[in-house]
Ligand binder design. Sequence first.
Ligand code: FE
Length: 254
Amino acid sequence: MIDLHSHILPGVDDGAQSLSDSLSMARMAVQQGIHRIVATPHHLNNAYENPKQSIIDRVKELNEALLREKIELEVLPGQEIRIHGEMVEGYEAGEILPVNHTPYILVEFPSNHVPRYTEKLFYDLQMKGLIPVIVHPERNQEIIERSDILYQLVKKGALTQITAASVCGDFGKKIKNFSLQLIEANQTHFIASDAHNITNRSFKMKEAFGVIGQKYGNEMVYYFEENAALVTEGMHVYKEDPERIKKKKLFHLF
Ligand code: FE
């Protein structure tokens, strides 16, 4: 299994703080059935600054440590980019690092809203050949209240990634139900851990796929697993036309 979103690099953000934290996370990832994991430190998120080259260097060091420790996990370079107006320039300046050097970039919104310039920015990024992947839209307050915002972005080519723990209900029933609605409406393409540690923000991939398999059958599990593999190889992912989330269903949420 491939995990597209994690904070496993030591000492670069609010994820692993030390190499020993990273190794504990790596061992837990292997137990979860993960064999490749994308390290996606926060790029420019108030407190952190992780430009492309420093991530690449640190990924190399962590892979060397994993080999030494005989932990069968491969780390790939990536970045979680907080949305901002200068992303195209940042990419051109070599600061922005897509997932494993592919066209896919992980984009994070502020937790309470979606900036009005998002649609225009995504268009500009796509014109540069990049494909934005919106991370954890199910946890964004404005998207929860006005799900049409996400539908429109997906319709115009953005992809989305739901956090495994959301599917398990760790962030509450409302976020769990909304995650399932996004899956049912073809508005999400990936499940990833966004793991920060081995305690309160761990992987939950196995558990999330358990929920998804039980509710939608193994085909849905394979769909998400396959898409994660395709992204790391820079290939086209599988997607179906998104549908609007039905008002009646949404009403039940509140
Ligand atoms: Fe994250």
